[in-house]
Each structure stands twice: as structure tokens, then as C-alpha cells.
Design a protein around this ligand. Structure first.
Ligand code: ARG
Length: 455
């Protein structure tokens, strides 16, 4: 930490290495290097417009910053610097000398850090949206490939009604679509340029902020310099949205782990997704899926960490805010990793149609039986009670509803005819559903078409 920005402020200041490293954020904010260089280049152009930098100085600063970016990309050790902003400034001084000393005119690290974070998040949000679309494409492909496979649909993890496996798969498409919409919406609040806010009160340099915003591709300018340097809600909001997305992926992963167990035997996952045991040689464990299931926990950790950093802080910049880097970086990388993994995992997880069909026992047709009676004029509540009784008498789960004779059915209610047996077929059951958005094969097809139109 030999290079500080303020070494003449103190006389004979004792340098305690532990304090210096405790104060530094360079170990966590290196990921902002590209953004810091880009923001500095724009700022230099702004200073040139305001008459602070000559054309020659500007050219030198811009060229120097290119070299600085390369040096950092090549892995230059930055440990001697407090943070990424200090590192970029000192490396620039090292490259070009004198003109570098003008770059920070009227600028504060307080505005730099949020400018960098906003630039970084804008880029990452677009990347995340694209990765979500990759998963959605994989879901559509799997749904189309297995479009006639039926399975039990569960509530309370108890067998409920027959559904199409494709319908089940597509139930993850729509939450992801909402995740993308939330991200795009959050992006409008990330897309705000703080530069020109100074430390907290603005800048005495007549900076053309519109120009800076255009150079950096920001859609909006912050309206209040105090708000601009204090606000971290744009990070909290995005972390919240990422958490929702990971909860959706985690639910899919949890289902897969369960459905791939020997007890269910509904899904077969590729060996590439598995790990075995150090002790039990027979094991094929779904490790990758279990980690996706755990990912929202990490994200919630990032979110709660940052909530607690900002909670109760006085207005404007406080050093506590330096602690926003880790949750931001880890929240984003946790999400990127999980999304990439899931996109590759989906085509490597295949249904076992026979096992699924075997699990479709007669109890899954109980609702169809109710509806049959209703179609024959029996009031729903009565039909429901009657079917409950039939289920109780015949026993569930099982293959019992179809074993009752026509006479036995008629003994429950005279409207029962021989056609009642037609109900006990999974394909018939899904086709009896009529509403848009239902598991009727045609509705599922329409759903998939709609999904393709959206993408
Ligand atoms: N490393 C600091 C952070 O990440 C940059 C801002 C420092 N500002 C200050 N006034 N010390 O928050």
C-alpha cells in the first residue's frame, strides 16, 4: 500500500500494514477495472470539453488508459493500491507522467465507484438475460421432444392429476420470462449516470454531463448528487431479482433430484452431471443439481449482507459502502454460473416415460370422475362427495377405480354408464382439460408456440 492519493495530509503517519490492508478493497474490486478505465476515458473527454485537458493531454490520457487496461488484464499485481480507482490512476501516472495528474480534477471516488458498478451491472444484466433465453430454448426443445409423455402432477407431493411432462417443463419457462422482464425493468434504474456528482455536492468544473452519459451509453443522469453517491438500491434490486430467478432454477433442480431418485425413477440424468461417493461405490449422486438447488442460499446471503451494510447508515458516502463489492460480484457470478450449468443440464436429463406412466394410478382420475358426474347433471358438491366415497371404498392409491363393475358404479349413482371406463386413460384425462394454459396437448402446443414467439 505504498501508493496513496493523500500522502501529504499527514506528517510522520505510521503505516500499520494491517490497517492498510484492512482499509483496502483492491482484492474485491479488481472486477471493476474495465469499467473504471472506460469511465475514466469518458471523464477525460469531459475534462477536455471543459478546457481542463488540452487535446494533447487528452490523447495521452486516452492512450495511457488503454495500456493500463491491458496491464490489468494481463494480471498485473495491484496489491500495493487501496482500490481499483487508485490503481488505475497510479498506473496511468506510471505510463504517461504529468497529464495523469489532471484526470481526477473535480472527480471523487465516491461517484467513480457507483459509475463503475452501474456500467458493470448494465453489461451483466444483458448477459444474464441472454443466458436465461438459452435455458428457455432448452426447455422448449425438451418439451417438444417429449410432447406425449404423461406423468402424475403433484400437490403436497401427493398425486393429484395427470399432466403432460411437456406442460411441467414449460412451467419453468414463464417464471424465467418474468425474471427477464424484472431485469429489464431494473435496468432502467441501473442505467443512470452519477458522474458529475463529485464527492457529494457536485462539481465546480462545468462538466457536460449529457455528453458523459452519451459517451458511456447511459440513458439517464442522476438528479441529485447526494442521492447519486449514496444509493445502492440499484444493486439491492438486481440482487433481489437474481434471487427470484435462482429460486426458480433451484425449484427445478430440487424436482430433478427427487424425480431422479430410485423411489420416483422418473428422470435419468447423464453421468456428466453426477459424482460418486468416496465410500459407497454404487452411488450416482446428482451433485450438480444439488448445487443449483443451493444457489439461492448464496444469493440470499449476498442480498442480506448488503441490506445490513446500508441499514442505518447516515446519508451520502460512508466507507461501509465499500462492502457492496463482494455481494455484487458474488451475486452476479453465482447467477451466471447457475444459468450456464442449467442450460447445459436440461438436455442431459431425460424422462423415463414408462416409470411416469406406471405412477399414473387410478386415483389421478378421481377429478375426472367428478366432472363426469357433473356432465351428467349431478351437482358438483354431491359428485365430489360421491367420488370421495368411491375412492375410500376402492382404496387408494391403486388401480381400483377401473375394477368396479358397471353395476357397482350404478349402485353409487344411476347416471353412471359403461362409458365411465373411458375416463381411465391418461391421454383422455389430459385431453379433457379445456382451458387455455391447461395441460391439454393442444394447449401445451399453443403454449410452446407462444413461448417461441416471445423469444
Ligand atoms: N474503495 C472505495 C469504495 O469502494 C471507493 C470510494 C472511496 N471513497 C472514500 N471517500 N474513501 O467504496
Amino acid at each position: 500500500m505504498s501508493d496513496t492519493l493523500w500522502n501529504r495530509r499527514f506528517e510522520g503517519r505510521e503505516t500499520v500494514p494491517l490497517f492498510e490492508s484492512y482499509n483496502a478493497s483492491i482484492a474485491t474490486d479488481r472486477f471493476l477495472a474495465d469499467a473504471d478505465v472506460a469511465a475514466s476515458q469518458a471523464y477525460a473527454r469531459g475534462l477536455h470539453r471543459s478546457g481542463i485537458l488540452t487535446g494533447e493531454e487528452l490523447a495521452s490520457v486516452l492512450r495511457g488508459l488503454e495500456i493500463v487496461r491491458e496491464r490489468i488484464r494481463q494480471g498485473e499485481n495491484l496489491d500495493r493500491f487501496e482500490d481499483i480507482h487508485t490503481a488505475v490512476e497510479f498506473l496511468l501516472l506510471d505510463e504517461i507522467g504529468e497529464p495523469a495528474k489532471k484526470l481526477h480534477t473535480g472527480r471523487s471516488r465516491n461517484e467513480q465507484v457507483v459509475t463503475d458498478e452501474r456500467l458493470y451491472l448494465k453489461k451483466m444484466i444483458l448477459e444474464i438475460v441472454e443466458l436465461i433465453a438459452d435455458i428457455q430454448i432448452a426447455l422448449i426443445q425438451a418439451a417438444e421432444e417429449h410432447d406425449s409423455v404423461v406423468m402424475p402432477g403433484y400437490t403436497h407431493l401427493q398425486r393429484g392429476q395427470v399432466i403432460l411432462y411437456a406442460h411441467y417443463l414449460m412451467s419453468f419457462f414463464w417464471p424465467l420470462e418474468r425474471g427477464k422482464a424484472r431485469l429489464r425493468d431494473a435496468l432502467t434504474r441501473v442505467d443512470v449516470l452519477p458522474l458529475g456528482s463529485g464527492a457529494l455536492g457536485g462539481s465546480t468544473i462545468a462538466l457536460d454531463r449529457e455528453y458523459l452519459g452519451r459517451l458511456l451509453g447511459f440513458g439517464n443522469l442522476s438528479e441529485n448528487s447526494i442521492d447519486a453517491v449514496s444509493d445502492r438500491s440499484f444493486i439491492l434490486e438486481v440482487l433481489g431479482v437474481l434471487l427470484l430467478i435462482l429460486l426458480d432454477l433451484g425449484r427445478w433442480a430440487a424436482d430433478c433430484v427427487l424425480f431422479a431418485s430410485a423411489e420416483f425413477h422418473f428422470l435419468d440424468f447423464d453421468d456428466s452431471l453426477a459424482a460418486s461417493s468416496s465410500l459407497m461405490p454404487q452411488k450416482k449422486n446428482p451433485d450438480i443439481l444439488e448445487l443449483v438447488r443451493a444457489a439461492p442460499g448464496r444469493l440470499f446471503g449476498c442480498l442480506s449482507q448488503l441490506v445490513l451494510v446500508v441499514k442505518g447508515l447516515p446519508s451520502a458516502y460512508n466507507k461501509d459502502l465499500q462492502e457492496d463489492k463482494e455481494p455484487l460480484r458474488i451475486g452476479v457470478s453465482t447467477t451466471l454460473d447457475a444459468l450456464r450449468v442449467v442450460a447445459l443440464a436440461i438436455p442431459r436429463i431425460r424422462p423415463r416415460p414408462e416409470s411416469m406412466a406406471r405412477a399414473v394410478d387410478d386415483s389421478l382420475f378421481a377429478t375426472d370422475l367428478v366432472d363426469y358426474l357433473v356432465e351428467k347433471g349431478v351437482p358438483f358438491r354431491e359428485a365430489h362427495a360421491l367420488t370421495g366415497e368411491i375412492v375410500r371404498v376402492t382404496g387408494t392409491p391403486g388401480r381400483c377405480l377401473r375394477t368396479l363393475s358397471d353395476d357397482e358404479y350404478r349402485s353409487f349413482h344411476p347416471v353412471f354408464g359403461p362409458d365411465v371406463k373411458d375416463l381411465f386413460d391418461p391421454q383422455t384425462s389430459v385431453r379433457r382439460k379445456r382451458t387455455p394454459g391447461s395441460t391439454h396437448p393442444e394447449q401445451v402446443r399453443e403454449q410452446i408456440e407462444q413461448a417461441k414467439r416471445i423469444l
